[in-house]
Ligand binder design. Structure first.
Ligand SMILES: [Zn+2]
Length: 290
């Protein structure tokens, strides 16, 4: 870096010691490994399109620009929504995502590579206004990681929010099986119809391939704690304890999910779509999923 700096400022460059002191906060990052498929495909097409096909190249460039603008606008929308809380405490923005599976027991023995481990799931809901995170955790023996389980965690979370809140904004990625589906949508609808104060919920999605959410930072904090931990992890509740203590500023709360916390929100869709039950639409009831 210093060499490049000297090349770009011949005769005017400062000494290496001064340069190092001034750039102490700069760090090299590893190359990204989780890049966007659409960006990669378009960039590859652009690179290998024959140079005389100017029209084709222009079309690809326009597609790439449009896609990147769309992704940028989604991030801007999230930043604007986060600011809304400062003007109106009744409107709160959250980001949610499921963490990579946490295997139990967590051992470094090479035999573990060939054995089936019990997965523990963690759905993180990050409050973008105060930076606190709620972690809803359960082992696979209690529940799967489908739309009903995700909805049940969010439903439990919404029941615990302060009563003054009336407008919730949720951000997530577009994973169809977990986040972007009718079951989650119907759970939100159920909340709007039954909650004492919440009367509006917006669920917004980031552009596929550009889905960096605040909960991803929480997950990387947990991953770091996982590597450094001296806690022996033999049962799922050991993971709960690790997550609880992973954030040094005490911003992580853990809510273990038991079988009774899971509901089937698909039943509500059925009620609303069957014509013979039209008159009963105003009466909702939750059914247990397991
Ligand atoms: Zn992209």
């Amino acid at each position: 870096m210093y060499k490049l700096y000297c090349e770009q400022h011949p005769g005017k460059s400062v000494s290496f010691t001064i340069y190092r002191n001034l750039t102490m906060n700069l760090r090299f990052k590893r190359p990204k490994i989780d890049t966007c498929t659409k960006c990669d495909t378009l960039n590859a097409k652009l690179k290998y399109t024959i140079s005389n096909k100017e029209n084709e190249k222009k079309q690809i460039e326009e597609l790439l620009e449009e896609h990147q603008n769309e992704a940028e606008n989604a991030y801007k929308s999230k930043s604007l929504d986060k600011e809304k809380y400062k003007l109106n405490e009744k409107c709160v923005t959250y980001a949610f995502d499921l963490q990579q599976v946490l295997p139990t027991p967590y051992l470094t023995s090479n035999k573990m590579f060939y054995l089936r481990q019990l997965p523990t799931y963690n759905l993180t809901i990050h409050n973008c206004s105060d930076g606190k995170s709620s972690h809803f955790m359960w082992p696979e023996s209690t529940g799967a990681r489908g739309a009903n389980e995700i909805s049940s965690c969010i439903y439990r979370f919404i029941k615990s929010i302060p009563e003054r809140t009336d407008h919730l904004i949720f951000y997530s990625d577009t994973c169809g099986e977990q986040n972007k589906n009718f079951i989650v949508m119907n759970m939100f609808q159920y909340v709007v119809h039954t909650h004492a104060t919440v009367n509006r919920i917006d669920h917004k999605f980031l552009v596929p391939g550009h889905t960096h959410l605040e909960c991803d930072i929480d997950h990387s904090v947990i991953e770091r704690a996982k590597k450094k931990t001296s806690i022996s992890i033999h049962v799922p509740r050991d993971w709960y304890q690790l997550v609880r203590t992973a954030n040094k500023k005490d911003k992580f709360s853990v809510f273990p999910m038991e079988i009774d916390h899971f509901f089937g929100f698909f039943g509500i869709i059925h009620k609303r779509t069957s014509p013979e039950k039209k008159n009963q639409n105003k009466r909702y009831s939750l059914v247990k999923v397991h």
